[in-house]
Design a protein around this ligand. Structure first.
Ligand SMILES: Cc1ncc(COP(=O)(O)O)c(C=O)c1O
Length: 377
């Protein structure tokens, strides 16, 4: 048997992560409505991204196409979904990618070149950060949602300038200052890109996202989003002008060199889009208000006004213990640690869904109150 010593460094790396309380392990569970079953225990699921909790409909799986879209994987259903998504974003066209992560990689690397600059919010998601690294552009980080800092940095004279931000920040749950960002970008002739993975289908008119919430949808040049969160389906997409979509088809490596999503998932997205999202959206808003109010009454400092509610703990070990305390009492909310968030800013990230009943929320608040007394006093 070959000696394994060449891979000993892997053990040291893992040991190091454990020592720093940054080690992650996979948990297996089965989700059902507002619940998740883990180790035969039924828990209230407070960390699902299926925000609207649209009731599932049966999908039929026909033959899988197993090919990239530019070869033979371009099922007719794509045309229908992409025209729905373009209209949803008031844009000329859209393009579906296998995931939101791949949509970011593909679109940003297709559009930004050498001699361009990309101004990126310091709290942008890992998929945006990695996408920027794929370009030869100069990457400039501006302070989180800090419009003075952005304005100063936007004054640089270069070929093309891109400003990229999330719509609702995935780990803090705050809105980006899209109104000011789009105004500053317009003044400086910069291209505005919004990754609205967490606002899409959930906020704004007809759930059309954060730019619509701020009434600035016409000022956004390129949208990037996920179909796997508010819509509760699977995939990612970009929406923009015809020429940008054409460039993405021709240059996005994460579009060209990978297999297409199977058509049953595309049809599933269409079904979900056409479901009664408005009613679910209202329920989500009600649940969010109720949970935030309850958490504040307990004494937690809550700054979010959206369905993503972080409870900042700070210390990584304490955040793990907090999560376990909740789990042992029937609530599933995962601790989020570095590198997803900065060091010593570990947190419980609660995501509210429309699945939750008033009773579910009251029960979880009782458990949060116990956790508050144990960990926050
Ligand atoms: C802001 C943001 N963009 C993109 C993604 C990636 O989306 P997907 O899960 O569809 O790959 C995520 C996922 O969490 C996200 O939070």
């Amino acid at each position: 048997m070959a000696s394994n010593h060449k891979l000993n460094f892997v053990d040291s790396e893992l040991e190091n992560l454990k020592r720093l309380n940054l080690y992650r392990k996979l948990r297996y569970g089965k989700s059902k409505g507002p619940h998740i079953i883990i180790n035969n225990k039924k828990l209230l699921n407070l960390c699902s991204n299926d925000y609207l909790g649209i009731h599932s409909s049966q999908i039929q799986i026909n033959q899988l196409q197993s090919s990239s879209r530019l070869v033979s994987g371009n099922d007719e259903s794509y045309k229908k979904l992409e025209s729905i998504l373009a209209k949803h974003k008031s844009q000329q066209n859209s393009l579906v990618y296998p995931t939101g992560y791949m949509a970011n990689l593909g679109a940003i690397s297709a559009i930004a070149k050498k001699k361009d600059i990309i101004l990126s919010d310091e709290l942008n998601h890992a998929s945006i950060i990695e996408s920027c690294k794929l370009t030869d552009s100069k990457i400039i980080i501006y302070k989180h949602n800090d419009m003075q800092d952005l304005e100063k940095k936007l004054k640089l004279k270069v070929n093309n300038k891109f400003v990229i931000t999330e719509g609702i920040f995935s780990m803090d749950g705050d809105f980006s200052s899209l109104k000011q960002i789009s105004e500053l970008s317009e003044k400086q002739n910069a291209i505005t890109i919004v990754d609205d993975a967490h606002g899409d289908f959930v906020v704004g008119k007809d759930g059309s996202g954060t730019p619509s919430y701020f009434n600035v949808e016409k000022k956004i040049d390129l949208y990037i989003s996920s179909l796997s969160k508010g819509l509760g389906s699977f995939g990612g997409y970009v929406a923009s002008k015809n020429n940008v979509i054409d460039l993405c088809i021709n240059k996005s490596k994460s579009f060209i060199y990978t297999s297409a999503l199977p058509s049953f998932l595309i049809e599933y997205s269409i079904k979900r889009f056409k479901s009664n999202r408005e009613e679910r959206k209202k329920k989500l808003e009600r649940n969010t208000r109720k949970l935030i109010k309850g958490l504040k009454q307990i004494g937690f400092e809550i700054n979010s006004t959206t369905h993503i509610i972080p409870i900042i703990i700070g210390d990584e070990k304490k955040a793990i213990e907090f999560g376990e305390f909740l789990m042992n009492r029937g609530v599933f909310a995962q601790p989020i640690r570095y590198p997803t968030v900065p060091k010593n800013k570990a947190r419980l990230r609660i995501s509210v869904t429309a699945w939750l009943s008033d009773k579910d929320i009251e029960r979880s608040l009782e458990i949060f109150e116990k956790a508050f007394r144990k960990f926050c006093n």
